[in-house]
Design a protein around this ligand. Structure first.
Ligand code: C2E
Ligand code: CA
Ligand code: CA
Length: 724
């Protein structure tokens, strides 16, 4: 511009003009300078504005401004990013739409409260939406008045999801730390830093006693140094170790625990801590032991149970097929065990079983298995007997006989002296010739063979026996229904005096089977005893006999007749036996002496105390007693004098041998003499010949029963023989 001015001044100006010109120039320069300054300031201002914008938009926290309606009127990019939306989509939207539904109600309340207190900062946490998910945010709110006097809310928004998470983790960790399991934390040098409550419970030490100590404190001495060295080597190599360890509690108890040790490493992989999880497994271990015992051993006798026997039998078969040697199974069943249980109670039965178990063990070698199958059944497995079947059988027989002898010794059951016998079935085994089940079945069948042979004996398995047992099973099935189908009948066998006058009869039971015809008592009575139905059958006999005596009571010719019934041990020793007889007798008008009960010696001495008590009770009622089959059992004379028997019956086996077997002849004489001394009546049964009768008469026996006198016969025939 000065240049231009120069061009426009063709001629020199006046002084005043020059002064004015000069002032103008100064002013111009000033203006120019001011302008430049202004430009500078503007640039600086612009830069500052941009800096502010950057700060605002990209601040680490979100900023937004709401109007009093809650609409977003300003929001920075950070906040928009937190919501995962374009800023444009957010402007003018109501903030409520960005709040997770579960927090909306809270937001309304908070907003209301915040807006009431202008210039007062409030902060709270809310869950906000981000797309379909949500995040935890902290909101710092400041209500302000805008230039146009409207109420605004400035909010600073911080995503606190991560710290929330961490907080939660901490809470979980704290709960977990106080869990049921013991936790011990050590530093890298294994110095204990922290333990939880469970840990102090397990070890018995307080946490004060433990902190600063080393875990060696717990050593039980059950593991050697190599064990611990290996353990730590594993922790350091793989990062963890777990296993069972025996430790010692503060009180000195040694106990098993399950431990998991984990190494905690820093970001450089250097171990900083060890965390040990300790679970006391002493109880679990104890119950495991118990379960094992229960699973394989019989709790009453401590003998292996059926399962363990099957297991060992399987192994034995494998061994025998390797060494080609015979083994044997002995099936042992106690005779009359049920009646002991019924009469003396299960406690006594249990004691007997324990004593039997003990005796059986003493009869076999160490390696043999004595097992209890349940009830009164035992199975013994003998191994490695011989490579010849005959020799193996002989050895098994020897052991079987040893068992018979041992189990025949009297038992002491508390105050009771008790006698019992076993029946033993034996079968041999070798290789895998027969299955385990077949072998057990064979031993069982052989045992029934022993029972059928009169009990207290042993039998080996054979085919024939198998058939007998099958037949017996069929008979048993039918017998169970015989009573309800009215298939029983009473037979009467006359008993008379020397002069031919009739005393009465022995009542003998008959089973009229629809196909088999008459089944003899010798065949079905033992079976009925075995399966427990002798009691109702016996009761039926008693009742039918009472009814007969009742009918005879009505007639002059028959009013004096006596009837003798046979009573089984199982029936007699039942608690309610006396009661049952008394109840039946109470219904009668006849003299109770007309009812005679026949007992065998084995019945009487099976439980002598019970016998004495019951006989005395029944005697008060007036019942008569006869000692049946006398001379065949093991009568104790001392006891015999204490029992109120009215009569002794000489067993028919002796009568049969009169004049044939001199010893039996002598026995008959002795029995007659004894009965006289004891003041008892003497009867001979099985009298078949005049010679026998004469001999008996000669030696002082004046009452007879037998085919010579009269066979057992049905009622009508019997009454006819009496001449009625
Ligand atoms: P027991 O008590 O010894 O009965 C005598 C058995 O010998 C009867 O056999 C009878 O028929 C038979 N007998 C009698 N005289 C002679 C003779 O001169 N020669 C021969 N060879 N035998 C003779 P039974 O009727 O077969 O009875 C057998 C056994 O069955 C009885 O022996 C008895 O122990 C039992 N019994 C019979 N009836 C009953 C009953 O109602 N209840 C119970 N528990 N057992 C019974
Ligand atoms: Ca009899
Ligand atoms: Ca008899």
């Amino acid at each position: 511009m000065p240049k231009k001015t120069k061009e426009r001044q063709p001629k020199p100006s006046t002084e005043a003009e020059e002064k004015l010109l000069f002032d103008l120039r100064v002013h111009q320069i000033e203006l120019e300078m001011q302008n430049e300054e202004l430009l500078h300031t503007r640039a600086a201002l612009e830069a500052s504005h941009n800096r502010y914008l950057n700060l605002y938009e990209f601040a680490p926290v979100g900023y937004l401004t709401l109007n009093s309606e809650g609409d977003i009127i300003e929001i920075n990019l950070t906040a928009a990013a937190l919501f995962g939306e374009e800023r444009n989509n957010l402007l003018n939207r109501n903030f409520t739409g960005l709040i997770a539904p579960e927090d909306c109600d809270r937001w309304y309340l908070l907003l209301k409260r915040v807006l009431q207190h202008e210039n007062e900062k409030k902060n709270f946490e809310l869950r906000l939406k981000r797309g379909k998910s949500a995040f935890h945010a902290r909101l710092d709110c400041l209500p302000i008045i805008s230039d146009d006097q409207s109420l605004l809310l400035r909010i600073t928004l911080t995503d606190i999801t991560e710290s929330k998470h961490a907080e939660q983790e901490l809470r979980i960790a704290a709960v977990a730390f106080e869990a049921q399991e013991g936790i011990m934390i050590t530093n890298a040098d294994k110095v204990i830093l922290r333990v939880n409550q469970a840990f102090t419970n397990i070890t018995g030490y307080s946490s004060e006693e433990l902190i600063g100590q080393m875990p060696q404190l717990f050593k039980s001495g059950r593991h050697n140094a190599a064990f611990y060295a290996e353990m730590w080597e594993c922790v350091n190599r793989t990062g963890s170790w777990q296993g069972e360890i025996w430790d010692r509690r503060k009180n000195g108890d040694i106990y098993p625990k399950w431990i998991t040790i984990t190494a905690v490493k820093d970001c450089n992989g250097v171990v900083t801590h060890y965390v040990g999880l300790h679970t006391d497994i002493s109880e679990r271990k104890a119950s495991e032991e118990e379960i094992k015992l229960l699973a394989f051993y019989d709790p009453l006798t401590g003998l292996p149970n059926r399962r363990l026997l099957l297991d060992r039998l399987q192994q034995a078969l494998a061994t025998s097929s390797r060494n080609n040697k015979y083994g044997a199974l002995l099936f042992i069943d106690l005779d009359n065990f049920k009646s002991l249980n019924d009469n003396l109670g299960h406690d006594m039965g249990d004691i007997l079983l324990q004593q039997v178990a003990h005796r059986l063990i003493t009869c076999v070698r160490e390696g043999d298995t004595v097992s209890r199958q349940g009830g009164d059944e035992f199975v013994i497995m003998l191994e490695d007997l011989s490579d010849h079947s005959e020799e193996a059988a002989a050895k098994a027989k020897t052991i079987g006989e040893k068992i018979l002898l041992s189990l025949n010794q009297a038992y002491q059951l508390n105050n009771h002296e008790y006698k019992n016998t076993p029946s033993i079935g034996i079968t041999l085994f070798i290789n895998h010739q027969h299955s385990i089940n077949t072998l057990l079945k064979r031993a069982d069948i052989a045992m029934y063979g022993a029972k059928a042979a009169g009990r207290n004996t042993l039998r080996f398995f054979n085919r024939e026996m198998h058939e007998i047992v099958t037949e017996r099973a069929a008979l048993e099935a039918d017998l169970r229904f015989a009573l309800s189908k009215n298939q029983f009948q009473l037979y009467f066998q006359r008993q008379e005096r020397q002069d031919g006058s009739v005393i009465g009869a022995e009542v003998l039971l008959r089973w009229k089977h629809p196909e088999r015809g008459f089944v003899a008592p010798a065949e079905f009575i033992p079976l009925a005893e075995e399966i427990g139905i002798i009691v109702p059958i016996g009761l039926w006999v008693l009742e039918a006999t009472r009814a007969q005596l009742e009918r005879w009571e009505a007639h002059e010719q028959t009013r004096h007749l006596q009837l003798a019934i046979n009573v089984s041990a199982r029936q007699f020793h039942k608690t309610e036996f006396t009661e049952q007889v008394c109840t039946v007798l109470k219904k009668t008008a006849f003299n109770a002496v007309r009812l005679k009960l026949e007992f065998t010696e084995s019945l009487v001495f099976e439980d002598i105390n019970d016998t004495i008590a019951k006989m005395q009770k029944l005697k008060e009622f007036g019942v008569s007693f006869s000692m049946d089959d006398f001379g065949t059992g093991y009568s104790s004379l001392t006891y015999l004098t204490q029992l109120p028997f009215d009569q002794l019956k000489i067993d028919q086996s002796f009568v049969r041998n009169i004049g044939i077997k001199p010893t039996d002849t002598v026995i008959v004489q002795t029995i007659i003499g004894m009965a006289k001394n004891l003041g008892m009546e003497i009867v001979a049964e099985g009298v078949e010949t005049q010679e026998q009768r004469k001999f008996l008469e000669l030696h002082g026996c004046h009452i007879y029963q037998g085919d010579l006198i009269g066979k057992a016969m049905p009622l009508a025939e019997f009454e006819r023989s009496l001449g009625i």
